[in-house]
Design a protein around this ligand. Structure first.
Ligand code: ZN
Length: 399
């Protein structure tokens, strides 16, 4: 059993306990109970009790990244495409562990090659290696489109509803957990236009239906306004990026209780970094032209009260150079409130991914994914840019 003693709790991230400080008990892989700080825990006798001193520190739920590409442990995709499969697998492990060190206990992978993330997920679940919870989609399903060559080994090209069904079934057959579609163009694909829609409504609908048959969902890469609306109409679970979201699209999202927006702030900041040798002139120009519009649109969604997911879409080098990059982006790029950013990275993302019952808050009975940080992140989000004191995943102290 583990007890985190005298730790501070954030009310909005805690359930079943009202106090400011507490002793939090973890038994097996669950949070057993939350008692007032200093309470005597009778059952502790006879059990090995690992004590963690939480004084002056805040205990929050494990962080959730909703938009990663774990095979992208280097930014240079041409180099990645020439890399042998085995090295990619080790790269995924390295990337996943960097996330873990920064407090992320669950990562949704929105596209990686070689089925590498499902392979690493299995190794973690079987106890062969340690790591965070991984939720992969496998290859990204896209129509035949300009710029696809830039990510040829990351994409599964499919045109028309029939090919879409085959693509969805193939990725799920390989053991992936959900489906990712390219519904609009992308920033990083040379020659592609992020604002245009590239996938038709009947293709998205076919993918959604095939995913539903296997009790899972579709996540849709969408920058352009029409692509967002068709993705919502077709019944996808998440809209990634949402750059050119218009009023009608926002209204549609507000009305749907099972479709959510996942903005990706860090990649936006990253592409505006002129000192970054990986950012080409074309990428910089495209990103600059979109930044103001994106910030305004995401802010309208935020102020309308949409439940936003937490995604970054960055590579490992960027994450290492800028720990807590998405927290910084949501503060400095989108200008969100500190507590709301924390909610997005925990409770909201758990609920959006369908894990709200077991993850996302500090609550008795929930899975023990917990992060102990030095400071008050709900009042100063920059606390999240420093390494956490401890990271507990599934009841095990991993950091
Ligand atoms: Zn992405």
């Amino acid at each position: 059993m583990i007890v985190i003693k005298n730790c501070r709790l954030v009310k909005a991230l805690t359930e079943g306990y009202d106090g400011e400080t507490a002793d939090v008990y973890v038994k097996g892989n669950r949070i057993e109970k939350i008692l007032a700080a200093g309470s005597l825990h009778e059952e502790a006798e006879g059990e090995t009790l690992t004590e963690i001193d939480g004084r002056g520190k805040t205990l929050i739920p494990g962080l959730i990244e909703m938009h990663a590409h774990l095979y992208g442990f280097i930014f240079n995709y041409y180099e990645l495409q020439c890399m042998p499969e085995g090295k990619i697998i080790f790269g995924v492990v390295d990337f996943a562990n960097e996330y873990l060190k920064q407090g992320f206990t669950m990562i949704r992978d929105c596209g990686s090659s070689y089925n590498a993330v499902a392979t690493v997920r299995n190794a973690i679940e079987e106890g062969i290696i340690k790591g965070p919870r991984l939720v992969p989609c496998g290859l990204i399903i896209t129509p035949t489109e300009t710029g696809n060559d830039c990510f040829s080994d990351l994409y599964f090209e499919a045109d028309g509803p029939e090919e879409m069904r085959k693509a969805v079934r193939t990725e799920l057959q390989k053991g992936n957990d959900f489906i990712k579609l390219m519904v609009s163009g992308a920033f990083m694909n040379a020659g592609a236009e992020p604002g245009i829609q590239v996938m038709e409504l009947d293709e998205i609908e076919a993918a959604v239906a095939a995913a539903k048959r296997k009790n899972t969902y579709v996540c849709a890469h969408c920058h352009g306004a029409s692509s967002i609306k068709d993705a919502v109409r077709a019944g996808v679970r998440t809209i990634e990026h949402g750059t050119y979201l218009d009023d009608e699209g926002l209204q549609m999202l507000k009305e749907r209780k099972d479709c959510y927006l996942v903005p990706t702030g860090a990649v936006g900041l990253y592409c505006l970094d002129t000192g970054n040798p990986d950012v080409s002139e074309e990428l910089y120009e495209k990103s600059k032209a979109a930044a103001e519009i994106e910030i305004a649109n995401i802010n309208r969604a935020y102020h309308e009260g949409l439940k936003l997911g937490f995604g970054s879409d960055i590579d490992l080098e960027a994450l290492r150079r800028h720990p807590g990059y998405e927290f910084i982006a949501r503060k400095e790029y989108y200008n969100f409130d500190d507590l709301d950013i924390l909610l997005q990275a925990t409770k909201n993302s758990a609920e959006i991914m369908g894990y709200g019952d077991v993850l996302g808050t500090v609550a008795p009975g929930k899975l023990a994914d917990l992060v102990l940080v030095d400071g008050n992140p709900d009042e100063d989000i920059y606390v999240m840019t420093k390494p956490p004191v401890h990271v507990i995943k599934d009841g095990e102290i991993l950091v």
